[in-house]
Design a protein around this ligand. Structure first.
Ligand code: ADP
Ligand code: ASP
Ligand code: MG
Length: 445
């Protein structure tokens, strides 16, 4: 059995949907994970934001946009009136839900329910399209098996049990569809796996069914060596290790959800990223295997805050860092990067929800300085050999960019740097120049 995931970009219009579905080999056993149609989750997010701002006119426009998009996809994809009616019913259910919230504040439970509509609708419409073409297909509702535990992590044991009982309902069937992104939490309420979470759905399913492969189909020929949104002439990486891909995904490579590597890695399942619009390209294979390269890829993560705590009490003391980290633990705020000196410690976080409270508590330990609007630049490569020369090369290249923090040494595949957000694009481009400079690379390797 293999898992195939089509992202929103692969199902952006009815023609693309037909192309995406033509990629599936119906003679093999497949579970196909579907995102919402392109742009739908973003529109639902905007609907929620404007409802909470009491901007009801904008809410109505967003609702209309969602309704029109799904109705037009339905009309273009489906022919029989009875099947079209089923799709239109599902659309009007979702639209009624939105209407209920147009003039109300939306709490976090309702928010999750609203966000789920994108994946509920896309999977249903595509399922009906395949049914109409007389393809033997079953729709497995993700809300029936995708569960989070009380720590908000996927409950793999329960997911495995529930998914296998869903699959047992259709012994003859070889093609299954399911909704990406959405799940239920340990309180049995609708929840989700975070933005871009359909990748994570695919690898979680891959893990629990021990799939032969998980394929992520998107709008680009694989994982590129730099962010194509900000740098020209980036190239697809053909082979990359799970650990390298994990660093890149965590530090901003939007093509993969940051948590999506782990379920594939722990079951040693290859993860292949491919382009729906160029299916013959071999894409990127993520596995244990990698091709070592001095600098392999660069990514950037936005909306970072740096927090520096300076205290004489740190000098020759033990237990100071524990006290600092207990504060982050209390506010469930993960620390991404860390550097220390004898009298100070600097950290980065990517979630400012509790920043004020964290600051107040840290002030009991020392002087606190905070800078928001920073970016982490992550350079992934082979830093096990000749790393002095490579670090020198990177720092020399960035001589005109004020670097706020550097982290190196925790693993030999990653150097992370913090720069002001306004310097991000320039930093990515300067580093790309080094990456392209094969002379330097061959000299170093
Ligand atoms: P999908 O809808 O298929 O999930 P996403 O928009 O989530 O697609 O991810 C694909 C996009 O990720 C690409 O179009 C590209 O702009 C962006 N991206 C950012 N960093 C990278 C990278 N290192 N390699 C490839 N794509 C990247
Ligand atoms: N539709 C969700 C999002 O846009 C999940 C996904 O596409 O992976 O974030
Ligand atoms: Mg995505």
């Amino acid at each position: 059995m293999q898992v195939i995931k089509f992202g929103g970009t692969s199902i952006g219009n009815p023609e693309q949907i037909r192309i995406a579905l033509s990629i599936i080999d119906f003679n093999k056993d497949n579970i196909v994970v579907l995102s919402a149609f392109s742009g739908v989750t973003a529109t639902l997010c905007e609907f929620i934001r404007q409802a909470n701002n009491s901007d009801f006119d904008t809410c109505k426009k967003k609702k209309k946009k969602i309704e029109d998009k799904h109705i037009s996809f339905t009309n273009e994809l489906l022919q029989s009136s009875s099947i079209t009616k089923i799709a239109l019913n599902q659309i009007s259910k979702s639209i009624h839900l939105l209407e209920k919230f147009i003039s109300r504040r939306i709490n976090s439970i309702n928010e999750k329910e609203i966000l789920a509509q994108g994946e509920l609708l896309s999977a249903k419409i595509i399922y009906l399209y395949l049914l109409e073409r007389e393809i033997d297909v079953a729709l497995l509702p993700a809300l029936n098996f995708m569960r989070l535990n009380s720590k908000k992590d996927p409950d793999l044991t329960l997911i495995k049990k529930r998914l296998s009982s869903e699959l047992k309902k259709y012994t003859e069937c070889r093609l299954f569809l399911t909704n990406g992104f959405i799940c239920k939490n340990h309180r049995n309420k609708v929840d989700n796996l975070g933005r871009g979470g359909s990748d994570y759905t695919a690898t979680i399913i891959g893990n629990v069914i021990n799939a032969s492969v998980v394929e992520i189909w998107t709008d680009i020929d694989g994982l590129h060596n730099n962010d194509p949104r900000f740098v020209d002439n980036t190239q697809a990486i053909r082979n990359i290790s799970y650990n390298e891909a994990c660093e890149l995904a965590y530090f901003g490579a939007k093509i993969l959800h940051p948590s999506s590597i782990t379920p594939a890695q722990s079951a040693n399942i290859p993860l292949i990223i491919k382009n729906t619009l160029n299916p013959n390209d071999k894409g990127t294979v993520i596995s244990e295997y990698t091709i070592p390269k001095a600098i392999k890829a660069i990514s950037a993560k936005d909306d970072i805050s740096t927090i520096k705590v300076k205290s004489g009490r740190m000098m020759q003391a033990y237990g100071f860092l524990r006290k600092v980290f207990e504060i982050f633990e209390k506010y469930e705020t993960p620390v991404d990067m860390l550097t220390t000196s004898e009298i100070s410690v600097a950290m980065t976080i990517d979630n400012n929800e509790y920043l004020d409270k964290i600051k107040t508590e840290l002030q009991t330990l020392g002087e606190v300085e905070i800078e928001t609007n920073q970016s982490i630049i992550c350079v992934v490569g082979d830093f096990s050999k000749n790393n002095n020369k490579l670090i020198q090369l990177i720092l020399d290249a960035l001589v005109d960019i004020p670097v706020q923090m550097i982290s190196f040494g925790a693993s030999n595949i990653n150097i992370s740097l913090v720069v002001d957000a306004k310097d991000k694009v320039e930093t990515l481009n300067i580093l790309n120049h080094i990456l392209q400079n094969e002379l330097c690379l061959t000299e170093i390797q």
